[in-house]
Ligand binder design. Structure first.
Ligand SMILES: NC(=O)c1ccc[n+]([C@@H]2O[C@H](COP(=O)([O-])OP(=O)(O)OC[C@H]3O[C@@H](n4cnc5c(N)ncnc54)[C@H](O)[C@@H]3O)[C@@H](O)[C@H]2O)c1
Length: 261
């Protein structure tokens, strides 16, 4: 068997993906189902979840869950649903995040938008990750968690509620990776660059600043997500931040040299 064959063990492994109704979360959830992994598609939008599941080749492997993950009660209902339908969730992907609106700058963001951003990204991410890991530890089962952070965990975005939530999430990944490593639960961050998803309408001129010459697609994240989630491929990877940005983060005030080849 080749090293990249059978990245998952569908007999023992099952996944929960938040934000699975759209963009990067949807691409990852659909890719997991493509690998034969039973997967909960969790999102606030019933319509989006239905469309994401309808597009699957094997929709019977998908379990829908609709709810606002800013609510602790909803997170607990999701955990209960996961236990009932899948047993242990071995793979957890946290991609849900409220819309990013340019008007929510330092003097525009409301108290409610601030709280919702932190509640979904951090509070739900921590609670779901901690409760899922409790069950895995009790069952002595290995696990793999992936959090969608951002380049804006480390550089401003003019959206302080968003960048501060992602910075907190980047540290949460390290905390959980350190605590859970001895139980064979790996925790990593996937760091997208400029990806055409989530209502992000990229100015095509941005491609000039991306060494690989194009804006990313949600599918560009899915293959790397599977590789990091797979206990077979990434067994010795935890606490890592894996940047998938076409080289966008290499941008600075120097243009690349003109080469005469
Ligand atoms: N697209 C990018 O360029 C980019 C860049 C860096 C980081 N990210 C991160 O990657 C993740 C996915 O981004 P995307 O662009 O695919 O986003 P998206 O907006 O396309 O998808 C996010 C999903 O989360 C759901 N959601 C929002 N609030 C929710 C709530 N309260 N409860 C449950 N579900 C909720 C939405 O309905 C949506 O389907 C996010 O965490 C985002 O911050 C994206």
């Amino acid at each position: 068997m080749g090293l990249l064959d059978s990245p998952f063990d569908p007999e023992r492994e099952a996944a929960l993906v938040t934000g699975a109704g759209n963009g990067i979360g949807r691409a990852i959830a659909q890719a997991l189902v493509g690998e034969g992994v039973r997967t909960i598609f969790a999102d606030i939008s019933e319509e989006r979840i239905a469309a994401a599941i309808k597009a699957l080749g094997k929709p019977e492997l998908a379990v829908p869950f609709v709810g606002d993950l800013a609510s602790r009660a909803t997170c607990d209902a999701l955990l209960a649903q996961a236990e009932k339908t899948l047993g242990h969730v071995t793979h957890f992907v946290h991609s849900a995040s409220p819309p990013r609106r340019e008007a929510d700058h330092a003097f525009g963001v409301s108290e409610a938008a601030w709280r919702q951003m932190h509640a979904v990204n951090i509070d739900a991410g921590f609670h779901l990750g901690r409760e899922l890991s409790r069950k895995l530890i009790a069952a002595r089962a290995p696990g793999s968690f992936l959090f969608l952070t951002s380049l804006h965990a480390a550089t401003p975005r003019n959206l302080p509620h968003y960048s501060s939530a992602k910075a907190a999430m980047a540290m949460l990944v390290k905390e959980l990776a350190k605590t859970l490593g001895r139980y064979n639960i790996r925790v990593n961050a996937l760091v997208p660059g400029a990806i055409a998803a989530g209502g992000f309408v990229a100015d095509p001129a941005l491609a000039r600043h991306i060494p690989l010459g194009r804006i990313g697609q949600a599918e560009d994240l899915a293959a790397m997500a599977l590789a990091v989630l797979s206990n077979r491929i990434s067994a010795y990877v935890t606490g890592a931040s894996i940047v998938v940005d076409g080289g966008l983060s290499l941008t600075n005030w120097f243009d690349p040299p003109a080469l005469e080849l």
